[in-house]
Design a protein around this ligand. Structure first.
Ligand SMILES: [Mn+2]
Length: 317
């Protein structure tokens, strides 16, 4: 059931022993929202804890500095930035997937798995949605809350670069800086600093890079062997996939990432006029206009790639 902001405030005010769930392959938005909500609930005298089903990449450590998560039997379960209970990951989904009391989200594709859902599909980050709730509640935006919300907004907008970013997002970011967000430190941690394994993986990927359609299509292939050799994580690989459309003249970047079972996950990043979601839909996948994905069975990845390149070639004629 979709609810309004008043109802969210009612639920949060009444709740205690609150478990805050984040999505798998955690990003700055889900973690930033969770930590911000943790601070606000804790300041209200409630017990709250943030959990994720997977290890959290090191660059988010700054959000969790000095935080202690109490242990308790949850009485109220909130999911933030989680569009589908499957995205909790199999472990958390099995435990809590059908027990989520409240979901606060910005994905128009939210599947309504929670008992009550507060959704603003136009927001560039769930942290922006949550900021408005806090403002309406009159919650104090401490420096820690400001850091967490700033992290959410900046990471979901690629540091305020994506077309999803609105003037409101800039205004909210400015307010968060006034409230003590350390934007420079967050930007360095989120957008500059990378583990050595990332650069080792990047070097492997670039040396095997292929181009099609006169350089308008760039293809990266990432194999399990490369993961073993470099020690890079899937999170490192996501950052590399984002680079695939950053070549001069490139209109589509395709990253083929081998899965544990030998199949491949294709990630597309496009520029106008190519629609990544439509291209991926041809292969049973989906996503957004500029970023989408689809799968290929083991041994079929080169076949899928050539069909995909064929489709793009047609589109660009
Ligand atoms: Mn998000």
């Amino acid at each position: 059931m979709e609810i309004d902001s008043k109802r969210v405030i009612e639920l949060l005010t009444a709740a205690d022993d609150v478990l805050i769930l984040t999505h798998k392959n955690p990003d700055g938005d889900t973690l930033g929202c969770a930590v911000a909500l943790w601070h606000v609930l804790t300041a209200m005298g409630k017990r709250a804890a943030v959990i994720n089903g997977q290890p959290i990449p090191k660059r988010y450590d700054l959000l969790f500095e000095g935080l202690e998560m109490p242990e308790f039997e949850p009485k109220f379960i909130v999911a933030v930035d989680v569009a589908d209970n499957k995205l909790l990951g199999s472990k958390l989904d099995a435990l809590y997937g059908d027990k989520v009391d409240l979901c606060i989200d910005h994905h128009a594709t939210n599947v309504n798995y929670a008992k009550e859902t507060f959704l603003n599909g136009d927001d560039c980050a769930a942290a922006l949605t949550l900021y408005r709730i806090f403002a309406e509640m009159g919650a104090e935006i401490t420096p820690a809350v400001a850091n967490a919300l700033y992290t959410g907004i900046s990471t979901d907008t690629g540091c305020f670069r994506y077309s999803s970013v609105t003037s409101e997002a800039y205004r909210v970011a400015a307010d968060l800086i006034d409230c003590g967000a350390d934007n420079a430190r967050i930007n360095v941690a989120m957008f500059e600093t990378k583990p050595f394994a990332y650069y080792d993986m990047l070097s492997e990927v670039l040396s095997g890079m292929r181009t099609f359609c006169d350089g308008r299509v760039i293809v990266f292939k990432v194999t399990n062997e490369m993961f073993e050799k470099t020690g890079a994580t899937p999170d490192d690989c996501d950052a590399i996939a984002a680079m695939s459309r950053q070549f001069e003249g490139a209109l589509c970047g395709i990253t083929m990432k081998e899965k544990a079972n030998g199949g491949f996950k294709f990630s597309l990043r496009t520029h106008e006029p190519l629609n990544a979601a439509e291209l991926c839909a041809e292969f049973g996948g989906g996503g957004h206009m500029r970023a989408a994905g689809c799968d290929a069975d083991a041994g079929k990845e080169e076949e899928v790639l050539s069909k995909l390149v064929g489709l793009i070639e047609e589109e660009l004629k």
